[in-house]
Design a protein around this ligand. Structure first.
Ligand code: PBG
Length: 327
């Protein structure tokens, strides 16, 4: 049937009809809010390139978690800035490291919060790379042990889920074995399976102070030109035991999210990264776009492409908006 018998506009006439046939929805339960933890007490420092995002000290976590829970955000992912950095990123797996403290604080004050940890060394190494070095190269196999130690120390501190973001080969199976051998077989791994060497991470590197001091991350993060390789990376992580596959960044890689959705039956997560957030914030501050509507439309596009879960600095704002819309 075609026009004039069939008229698509019939189903767009009012909000009730539009809501009834809506194919994709956003939900606070599928958003993860990133938190940056800094040493010290009573600290809350705004990140200049990420308006609305603060770096906070451990004692602020109770209040921060409460503000998340209030709007239905029950999952956070933690990034830490250590007191001191060194060549092998020992702050990442220190028993009382910044993240280990943060996990304990969250689990003590807000036991219902789903605490996910980013597992990587770049915030903890003095050279800013995601692993230890041989000369100017990141040593893949030597790094695996350090990543497994980091993930295990997070689990011991009480983390509910670990999320390796380093892009070393073989890290999922190494982490899975370390967790299993120590009784943490119920701690899932959300793998940054398909992580591109992206310029959209710029503001994050300011927030987490983890820009590489020399070179770049192109020998371990993926080439933005490649999509078949994304399937291969994801396949390896599935075989190694990943529970959730993540694509990162999100909006410039919606095709990748969609391909992974078609090819795999695991939950798919997408990281709407710092640069993607900052661009919307900046344009909205200038009055060039309606920030709230662009936020909602962007996050919806990520869900529509096939992501189940979205990691986003907009999580609280979007959840708040969803609460208001339901009223
Ligand atoms: C650590 C890590 C990065 C991000 C998440 N984990 C930075 C990087 O790989 O350079 C980026 C997140 C963002 O931009 O919001 N490896």
């Amino acid at each position: 049937m075609i026009f004039p018998e069939y008229r698509p506009r019939r189903m767009r006439r009012n909000t009730t009809l539009r809501a009834m046939i809506r194919e994709t929805r956003l939900s606070a339960s599928q958003m993860i809010y990133p938190l940056f933890i800094i040493p010290g007490k009573g600290k809350r420092e705004p990140v200049p390139s990420m308006p609305g995002v603060d770096r906070i000290s451990v004692d602020q976590l109770k209040q921060e978690a409460a503000s998340c829970m209030k709007v239905g955000i029950n999952s956070v992912i933690l990034f830490g800035l250590p007191e001191k950095k060194d060549g092998v990123g020992s702050g990442a797996y220190a028993n009382n490291g910044i993240i280990q403290q943060a996990i304990k604080e969250l689990k003590n004050t807000t036991p219902k919060m789903n605490v996910i940890t980013d597992v990587c060394l770049c915030e903890y190494t003095d050279h800013g790379h995601c692993g230890c070095l041989v000369g100017h190269e990141v040593d893949n196999d030597a790094t695996l042990e350090l990543l497994a130690k980091t993930a295990l120390s997070h689990a011991r501190a009480g983390a509910d889920m670990v999320a390796p973001s380093d892009m070393m080969d073989g890290r999922i199976s190494e982490i899975r074995s370390a967790l299993d051998e120590n009784g943490f077989h119920m701690v899932p791994i959300m793998s940054y399976a398909v992580k591109y060497a992206s310029a959209f991470y710029g503001p994050f590197r300011d927030a987490a102070d983890c820009a590489p001091r020399f070179g770049d991350r192109r020998s371990y993060q993926m080439d933005p030109a490649n999509s078949r390789e994304a399937l291969r990376e994801a396949t390896l992580d599935v075989e190694e035991g990943a529970d959730i596959l993540m694509v990162k960044p999100a909006v410039a890689y919606l095709d990748i999210i969609s391909r992974l959705r078609d090819e795999f039956d695991l939950p798919i997560a997408a990281y709407h990264v710092s640069g993607e957030y900052a661009m919307i914030k900046a344009a909205a501050e200038k009055g060039w776009i309606d920030g709230e509507r662009v936020m909602a439309e962007t996050l919806l596009s990520i869900r529509r492409a096939g992501a189940d879960i979205i990691l986003t600095y907009f999580a609280k704002d979007m959840a708040q908006l969803l609460c208001e819309q339901e009223e």
